[in-house]
Ligand binder design. Structure first.
Ligand code: ATP
Length: 231
């Protein structure tokens, strides 16, 4: 098997005496879309923050074969993320946000392409204070994918998006994954992830209680439907 872009091994995290992540282990292969589903408080945000080094945790995290503690700055160049709420400066335009976050070569081309891909053209030169929640969310996702990172981590990206924007985001994630980008996406709504993910991690009280491919999940639910309609 090829080297995974992300590998998490026996990750544990406590806040004081409260343990919120228990022995979390999983891998994400290049170009796969991993859905992380769990109720509020299950530990999704904490897990994502730990992967990004935004909160300390015990365990091993490797990104593209390198321990994330080693040369953290270099490793984070491979990762784009939107965790909790997007960092929006109310008096700056959407385009100014993208300019602030653009890195490396071909910055204007990257900015133009993400504006197009995220359907932001109409609003991009307005001050962000005029943006709806959904627009802010789209701008936050645009900032996460702007520099074409190899791994994209999105915490509840569908929050605040209307059905059309939701569908557009799913199509974009699928297209990018086919081009080789790996996604880790959380939601507390299973059906949202079923429409986009290749694999699912089900998190319950800080433990992965099921790890399955979408194919296996669909096969199991079809089997259940056959059983339940046959009596
Ligand atoms: P939500 O969708 O509501 O954000 P979640 O699955 O992302 O839920 P987390 O935010 O990771 O869950 O929280 C997991 C547990 O850790 C919860 O019990 C939460 O109260 C606790 N927790 C999170 N951050 C902290 C913190 N900074 N200090 C103490 N406890 C925390």
């Amino acid at each position: 098997m090829k080297q995974p872009i992300l590998q998490v091994q026996q990750l544990n995290k406590s806040f004081g005496s409260k343990q919120v992540l228990h022995d979390i282990s999983f891998t994400a292969q290049k170009g796969h879309i991993i859905g992380l589903v769990g109720a509020n408080g299950a530990g999704k945000t904490t897990l994502m923050k730990a992967i990004l080094g935004l909160t300390s945790a015990q365990g091993i995290i490797t990104i593209d074969g390198h321990p994330s503690s080693f040369d953290h700055h270099e490793i984070l160049k491979k990762v784009g993320a939107l965790i909790e709420y997007p960092s929006i400066y109310p008096f700056m335009t959407g385009r100014d946000h993208l300019k602030l976050f653009a890195k490396g070569a071909n910055q204007s081309q990257k900015i133009q392409s993400v504006i197009h891909d995220m359907h932001l053209t109409k609003y991009i030169d307005r001050a962000a204070k005029k943006y709806s929640l959904g627009m802010k969310q789209k701008l936050g996702i645009a900032m996460a994918i702007l520099n074409n990172p190899e791994l994209v981590i999105l915490d509840e990206p569908m929050n605040g998006l209307d059905p059309q924007a939701n569908k557009e985001l799913r199509l974009l994630i699928k297209a990018k994954s086919q081009a080789g980008t790996t996604f880790l996406i959380s939601s507390h709504i299973l059906s949202e992830l079923q429409k986009v993910a290749d694999e699912l991690l089900i998190l319950d009280h800080g433990r992965i209680i099921q790890e399955t491919t979408m194919k296996a999940l669909l096969a199991a639910s079809n089997h259940y439907l056959v059983l339940s309609t046959s009596d």
